[in-house]
Design a protein around this ligand. Structure first.
Ligand SMILES: *Cc1c(COP(=O)(O)O)cnc(C)c1O
Length: 373
């Protein structure tokens, strides 16, 4: 009898537990027999994409018989200008997830290790496991930490690096916690890390952070040739469905990533929509504003309800229900409010709520209050 194909797969793949994405709204509504539900589960921008992006998608929809620009010239040039770096520093990805995977494939083998924190983004263990590398999981701050409960602990990240470590993943701010490392702490960590360890600084929520916490990419890249900063158009730019992200790194690292990426990894509509989005400053401003207001409203509501939550610089909040989060998640779901349970992150008593529109936030709080009353 033939062996199972799973047993024929590489060891890393055999032990892989795939990412569990949130279900699309349509599918859930069909399953539950409900309509009019709201999705606050995947940190998508509730305002929808920029009109400029939609216009670009319309305009270029007639050109999809052509392959996209494999080098993504226009978009990388625009990103280079925005961040004041050389165009050779920019790599485009099919979502920033693509870049995380390129980094793992380029630098990791079963003989090497990668470091990331507990409670950090679920994609890191997956890309590390897929190539069979060892995951050194750093202890995060405890739940009773004074300022950054469950946040990345720079000391334990550093201590988790061993002689085989090639890559460290740091999400700033982190998903699902929302916690962050201030620039001076991050810089110290980069100074302390061996300079042959590639540091992937995942800044998917960068645009939502207080400006005082945002870093000067150009200055940091000049100082740290081992740094890869990743960014995405999925979050504030509201193009998650198009899959487009990027990284900024030294030209040498960009060359390495370029060797492992597919020739046409980013699609034509995504490139054009991303380009148009970068020009829509108003859309970004309104997105930040609605997020700030929603965050204040949710935090106040949680305070009133006596619920703890983690500090956040993202467009989401992790709230501590002090009871089985999955049960509350299911109850919310029945009432058409879709949020994210985070038991798979070892946070079984939390739920992660994407900050929505005023109306969505109110509906969520009202429904949650009814459930836990
Ligand atoms: C959402 C998210 C991303 C973005 O993923 P894309 O592939 O760009 O859609 C990356 N990192 C973190 C931490 C995220 O939460």
């Amino acid at each position: 009898m033939a062996k199972s194909f799973l047993s024929l797969a590489t060891l890393g793949v055999q032990q892989l537990r795939p990412y569990l994405p949130g279900k699309p709204v349509e599918e859930l509504e069909r399953e539950l027999g409900i309509t009019g539900s709201i999705k606050l589960a995947s940190n998508e921008n509730p305002l929808g994409p920029s009109d400029k992006a939609v216009e670009a998608i319309r305009k270029y929809s007639h050109s999809v018989n052509f392959y996209p620009d494999g080098g993504g010239f226009k978009l990388s040039a625009r990103l280079a200008e925005k961040f004041n770096v050389d165009r050779a520093c920019v790599t485009l990805g099919n979502g920033s997830n693509d870049i995380l995977e390129l980094a793992a494939r380029a630098f990791l083998t079963p003989e090497t290790s990668a470091v990331f924190s507990e409670y950090s983004f679920a994609v890191y263990p997956i890309v590390v496991q897929a190539v069979g590398a060892q995951a050194n999981v750093a202890k995060a701050f405890s739940l009773d930490h004074a300022t950054m409960p469950l946040g990345h602990n720079p000391e334990s990240l550093l201590a988790s690096v061993d002689e085989n470590t090639r890559v460290i993943f740091i999400a700033n701010p982190n998903n699902p916690t929302g916690t962050w490392l201030p620039p001076q702490v991050l810089k110290q960590l980069l100074n302390d890390l061996p300079d042959d360890v590639v540091v992937v600084l995942d800044m998917a929520y960068n645009e939502y952070m207080d400006e005082s916490l945002q870093i000067d990419a150009s200055e940091w890249l000049a100082k740290f040739p081992n740094l890869i900063i990743t960014g995405t158009f999925s979050k504030i730019y509201a193009l998650a469905g198009l899959r487009i992200g990027y990284s900024l790194s030294s030209p040498e690292i960009a060359d390495v990533l370029n060797r492992v990426r597919q020739p046409f990894n980013t699609n034509l509509l995504a490139q054009e929509a991303a380009l148009a989005s970068l020009d829509d400053k108003e859309h970004i401003k309104s997105s930040v504003a609605i997020n700030d207001q929603g965050k204040a409203f949710l935090q106040k509501s949680f305070d009133d309800m006596g619920l703890d939550y983690l500090p956040t610089m993202g467009n989401f909040i992790a709230v501590n229900l002090r009871r089985d989060g999955q049960v509350i998640y299911d109850a919310l779901l029945q009432k058409g409010v879709i949020v994210r349970p985070v038991g798979n992150y070892n946070m079984p008593e939390f739920l992660r709520i994407t900050i929505g529109t005023e109306e969505q936030n109110k509906r969520f709080i009202k429904t949650l209050s009814e459930i836990i009353a």
